[in-house]
Each structure stands twice: as structure tokens, then as C-alpha cells.
Design a protein. Structure first.
Length: 163
């Protein structure tokens, strides 16, 4: 009779790293006086690793945060870049949303998490304030966790972004 052994599956992003990203993102939001944030951290396979929702967030914010992170991972570029590149291609945006079962939110707030070799090991999605402000908090959260973000800096004038 054969014996079966449980083999641990390697993860691209640890739970401790994902928690640190969430905590850093929420702290950045409080420091910048942003509206309450919802933060979702996905690993490179788009699996939800950690999720935090501040008191006062709307009920759809979690789905939006996951969709922003999923868009970044699915296309291999930050969701701000997706918005900029596809702004004149709404049919293509709709096709991607359909292909991803709606897990594609092409607005800022989906930031790639990179390893030291420049490979995406996950993404964080943030929803709650203006998209550029969401993105700024995510970038800080990734850096506070000791990881590398793409984009590396928030959009110019992110503080003045309006809902």
C-alpha cells in the first residue's frame, strides 16, 4: 500500500508579507486622511492572500479592490497604465472584463508587487477614495513591507484627485 504525504505548495507571496502590505496601506491612508479603504493582496496566481476593510467602506469596495489587483496581474502592468493605454478602447476593456468574469477594474489602485528580480509576485488593490489616492496608499504599503512596487511612485498631484 502506498503512502501519501502532504506536500507544502510554495507561494509567491507569504501571508506575513501580505499582512504587512495591508497594514502599511491602511496606515498610509490614515496619514493622508483618505476615506476608509479596502485592501486586497493577491499572489501571482491571483489568489487572495489577505484582505482588510476599514470601518465605513461601501459593500462593493472589496470586489473593486480585488478587480484592480486582478487587472494588474492579468495584464502584467499597473492598473493606472491599463487605464491610460486603453482609454480609447472601451470594446477591448469590455472584452477583458468578460474574459476575466468581471475581475478587471482598469483604474488606478492596482499595483504590482515585485521581487528583487523584477518579477511580479503579487498585486495589491485598493478602493475607497479617488483612484489615484488609492494607488498612492498601495505604493506606500508595498514599500513599508520591504517590497518593490510598480509603479514605483504615485501619479503626479495624486493628493488633489477627486472622486
Amino acid at each position: 500500500m502506498s503512502e501519501y504525504f502532504l506536500i507544502n505548495v510554495a507561494s509567491s507571496l507569504t501571508l506575513d508579507q501580505a499582512r504587512a502590505v495591508c497594514d502599511g496601506t491602511i496606515a498610509a491612508g490614515r496619514k493622508a486622511d483618505l476615506l476608509p479603504l479596502t485592501v486586497a493582496v493577491l499572489d501571482s496566481g491571483a489568489n487572495l492572500v489577505h484582505f482588510q476593510r476599514e470601518d465605513g467602506c461601501g459593500t462593493v469596495r472589496g470586489d473593486i479592490a480585488i478587480g484592480k489587483a486582478g487587472a494588474a496581474l492579468g495584464m502584467g502592468i499597473p492598473s493606472r497604465t491599463i487605464r491610460d493605454r486603453l482609454k480609447d478602447r472601451p470594446a477591448f476593456q469590455s472584452a477583458i472584463a468578460a474574459a476575466s468574469d468581471g475581475k478587471f477594474i482598469p483604474v488606478p489602485g492596482g499595483v504590482l508587487i515585485l521581487n528583487s528580480a523584477g518579477q511580479a509576485i503579487g498585486a495589491v488593490g485598493v478602493s475607497g477614495d479617488a483612484s489615484d489616492r488609492d494607488e498612492a496608499a498601495a505604493i506606500v504599503g508595498i514599500k513599508v513591507a520591504g517590497l518593490i512596487s510598480n509603479p514605483s511612485e504615485p501619479a503626479e498631484n495624486w493628493q488633489n484627485a477627486a472622486l
